[in-house]
Design a protein around this ligand. Structure first.
Ligand SMILES: [Cu+2]
Length: 207
């Protein structure tokens, strides 16, 4: 039903990619639209001092909306995670994902990537491509209010999924708050139940 609309807006998909790297080596398997900024002096790197505090309760309160949110991508003894799992940014706000370790992607749930639609129908989907180097970041700007679900391509079956809330959307009309589709991996479906609860709670408080 949304296929035509999706194809039309695909022409603009690449314009908001930003990628920073900790060294000259860039990510493997990246699309041509990824911008190499390894020559930039202002390399973003994660502060390692707080890294041993990943508790992953999945029950954290959603704080926001903020103008910019940071999300870590990491692998630890508990599995693979986006941390925090939910962030909430203002309309036009940005999210920066930083690879702490392992190999991950941040990828929108969108038919463009052979997944069910779990972002607003009029929004552009993003895909970082595989990021395998520590400290590499991927930044995305969100122009359309709504609830966006995303995943890590190699680890969605281990529930490496996350949610971005943008602005002040109507929680009753969001693909990103729908019941998790049967085709999604079981662990991802379980986590989506909890993420949807948290997102609904945040938006209910807001209304
Ligand atoms: Cu991953």
């Amino acid at each position: 039903m949304y296929t035509l609309d999706k194809q039309r807006r695909r022409t603009s998909v690449s314009r908001r990619y930003f990628l920073t790297a900790g060294s000259a080596a860039l990510v493997a398997g990246s699309a041509g639209c990824l911008e190499s900024v390894a020559d930039r002096p202002d390399v973003e790197s994660q502060d390692d001092s707080a890294d041993d505090d990943h508790t992953h309760t999945h029950d954290e309160d959603v704080k926001g909306p903020v103008s910019h949110a940071d999300v870590a991508m990491l692998t630890d003894e508990d599995g693979h995670h986006f941390d925090p799992h939910i962030v909430w940014v203002e309309t036009g706000g940005t999210v920066t994902w930083t690879n702490e370790n392992g190999s991950h992607t941040t990828t929108a749930y969108d038919p463009e990537f052979d997944q069910p639609l779990r972002i607003p129908e009029t929004a552009d989907p993003w895909d970082s491509g595989m990021i395998s180097e520590d400290g590499v970041t991927f930044k995305w700007e969100f122009e359309v209010d709504g609830v966006y679900d995303y995943y890590c391509i190699p680890h969605d079956y281990r529930a490496m999924i996350g949610t971005v809330i943008v602005g002040d959307p109507d929680p009753h009309n969001q693909p990103g708050l729908a019941e998790p589709q049967d085709e999604l991996p079981e662990e991802a479906r379980d986590l989506f139940e909890r993420l949807n609860e948290q997102a609904n709670e945040a938006l209910d408080h807001d209304h």
